[in-house]
Design a binder for this molecule. Structure first.
Ligand code: COA
Length: 637
């Protein structure tokens, strides 16, 4: 019997982390003041005044705000991280939307050139072998500790997320999902991978008789799977489709599914696997970055590879016959940076092993991989039909483009003595303003891994300083000179950099407000006005959801928007280029990913032009304390 055991995700803790500080709780008045500062210029004046009064009542001495803050300080003492559980539920487990596009990001590997199916399977075997060696490093706690780079570099980072890469599974629930983790073992226990091929699922044991299979063995086993999958008489319904549906819909279908013992066994095998490997059929269209990313994000719907997936599992490696490869991730156990670290390790492993040509071992005595069986009642057939329709809607609705800006990259920005990340964020604000004539609450993920069990908080990039800059750039009636605009740009970058430092040192406002809200729910009969106020609700609608996911190898990350009328903007700054993956929904008439991509290119070019102005007037300091142009506190509407 397998020794793996399901344990609640939150109990796992690693020894390495004990030296890390706990996440601080910011002072209440500081958070409330920052909140008002972040929202003032984004809402009408009258609304802002009302919200200001709401905040004032919340923060009166001895009032509700202080009571909640006190509770939070007590919670900080009792837990490893005061926000982890609240954040996980709010960000992921309570969200009822389908995982593809709405929640699960993808990493796209370089295009592969497979001459035949054997080439495809060799690649898959090498990938699995890399996964096994990486997992062995994790199981023996031999992964080197990460250190912070960029702003405030050098500090050790929390490694906990790595231990969730292969051990996590997201169980669907009717109102809330559950993230479960398997206990890992240093001993070579029976372990398996699930291989998806032609919408069928196969159990590929990777440790047999206490021996880990080598690449040749894995290749042999994969060939057997492809042969079994090609037998059309044996094909079973595409059950994986259910996992692409809304979480409550999938939970309902699963309750029906588990009534049958065959289904229960099959589910159990999937829920305990290390990861999935999806052997995909060729996708649609050319093999552009955009089309390959779409294959990873949603698989092209049920008529293509959309059912050749199991979205609950944290890592699904896709190895397509047309050379489209990458990974789709269930996001709740780890963030993009940890994911990319793992993927870079795997690709390096594969580059080393690709020198040896792996052959099938014809005398292999290995037992054949096993097809998972499903008993499909008419009720399940009904669920499958509706899941297929819902996935089709997701596929049709996604407006997505990959855009490589090749005017310049990090090197140029650093030469301007600016933070590249802050510079790009200001460019994104300019882009949004150009297209929509307003700024909106923006999310930029900031890593909190400097703290015990830290995940992320939010850098609210739509600052008043950014608004002043983008107005100056788009107001063609102004007589403002280029060097004055440049001053505004530098001030906006400075504000963005300061917010970044505040966020990565645990002083941002989103996690804090979330925790106060959750504590209020436990304490108060009615939700307090602070958290039902129009401005607060609006502050959590991220029409621009951004994230820097840099890579050192040829690969890129992408994801979908988080609200129906929003954009997702994932960027990967390189020394001489910047790659953007822009997503939005076709249902929304106001947004367009291609327009956004074109506008971001124009924004970056214009900002470079302004910097050129500086070189002309080189002798003058760009920003002095006395002369820095500060934005007015004006509202935009
Ligand atoms: N002048 C010259 N160089 C500068 C500079 C300046 N004023 N400011 C920064 N730089 C340099 C940095 O030293 C760094 O150098 P390096 O390339 O040698 O490391 C480089 O520019 C990049 O720094 P910067 O652009 O400021 O950003 P960062 O790397 O510190 O990243 C965040 C900022 C917010 C993106 C980062 O802290 C973070 O939190 N990343 C995680 C994001 C995440 O979680 N994504 C996945 C979500 S699922």
């Amino acid at each position: 019997m397998p020794i793996l055991e399901k344990v609640p995700h939150k109990t796992v803790s690693t020894e390495e982390e004990s030296g890390l500080p706990k996440l601080p709780v910011p002072p209440l008045q500081q958070t409330l003041a920052t909140y008002l500062q972040c929202m003032r210029h984004l809402v009408p004046e009258e609304q802002f005044r009302k919200s200001q009064a709401v905040v004032q009542r919340f923060s009166t001495p001895g009032g509700l705000g202080e009571t909640l803050q006190q509770k939070l300080l007590e919670r900080r003492e009792k837990t490893a991280n005061w926000v982890s559980e609240y954040w996980l539920n709010d960000m992921y487990l309570n969200n009822r939307l389908a995982l593809p596009v709405n929640s699960s990001p993808a990493v796209i590997f370089p295009q592969q050139h497979f001459q035949d199916t054997n080439d495809q399977l060799r690649f898959a075997a090498s990938l699995i072998s890399g996964v096994l060696s990486y997992k062995a490093l994790l199981d023996s706690h031999s992964i080197p500790l990460d250190c912070a780079k960029g702003q405030l570099s050098g500090q050790s980072l929390c490694m906990k997320q790595y231990y969730g890469l292969f051990s996590s599974y997201r169980l669907p629930g009717h109102t809330q999902d559950m993230l479960v983790a398997q206990k890992s073992s240093v001993m070579p226990e029976p372990e398996h991978i699930i291989v998806a091929c032609c919408n069928q699922f196969f159990v590929l044991d990777v440790v047999i008789n206490f021996r880990r299979l080598n690449e040749g063995d894995l290749f042999t086993q994969l060939r057997k799977i492809v042969k079994m999958a090609s037998n059309e008489d044996e094909r079973l319904p595409p059950i994986g489709l259910l996992t692409s549906d809304g979480r409550s819909e999938w939970a309902e279908a699963r309750t029906v599914l588990v009534k049958d013992s065959t289904n229960r066994d099959s589910l159990d095998m999937i829920e305990r696997c290390i990861c999935l490997v999806c052997l995909d059929a060729p996708g649609d269209g050319d093999l552009s970055d955009t089309n390959r990313a779409l294959q990873l994000l949603h698989g092209g719907g049920c008529s293509k590879n959309g059912a050749n997936r199991w979205y609950d599992k944290s890592l699904q490696f896709v190895v397509g016959r047309d050379g489209t490869c990458g990974v789709v991730c269930e996001h709740s156990p780890f963030d993009g940076i940890v994911l990319v670290q793992c993927m870079e390790h795997l690709l390096k492993h594969m580059m080393k092993s690709s020198k040896k040509l792996v052959r099938a071992d014809s005398v292999s005595e290995l037992p054949a991989p096993r097809r998972l069986r499903w008993k499909c009642s008419p009720e399940i057939q009904g669920h499958l039909a509706s899941s297929a329709e819902n996935l089709q809607r997701i596929v049709k609705n996604l407006d997505f483009t990959v855009y490589k800006f090749d005017g310049y990259g990090k090197t140029f920005i650093k030469k301007q003595k600016c933070s590249p990340d802050a510079f790009i964020q200001v460019a994104l604000q300019l882009t949004f303003y150009r297209l929509h004539r307003k700024l909106v609450p923006t999310y930029e993920s900031a890593s909190l891994r400097r703290f015990r069990e830290g995940r992320v908080d939010n850098i609210r990039s739509a600052t008043a300083e950014a608004l002043a800059f983008v107005r100056a750039m788009t107001d063609h009636t102004t007589s403002m000179s280029a060097s004055e605009k440049l001053q505004l740009l530098k001030v906006a970058i400075q504000a963005q950099t300061e917010y970044t430092v505040m966020a990565i040192t645990g002083m941002a406002i989103d996690n804090h407000l979330l925790a106060l809200r959750e504590l209020a729910q436990e304490l108060c009969k009615e939700p307090p006005e602070m958290f039902t106020d129009e401005t607060y609700l609006m502050s959590n609608q991220f029409l621009l959801s951004t994230s820097q996911v840099p890579t050192t190898m040829e690969m890129f990350c992408c994801y979908g928007p988080v609200v129906p009328s929003g954009y997702g903007a994932c960027y990967n700054p390189q020394p001489e280029t910047i790659l953007f993956c822009i997503s939005s929904f076709r249902d929304c008439k106001e947004t367009s990913s291609t327009s956004f991509a074109a506008a971001v290119g124009a924004s970056l070019t214009d900002m470079q032009g302004l910097c050129g102005t500086a070189q002309v007037a080189e002798s003058k300091p760009l920003v002095t304390k006395e002369k820095a142009i500060r934005p007015s506190q004006g509202h935009q509407s």
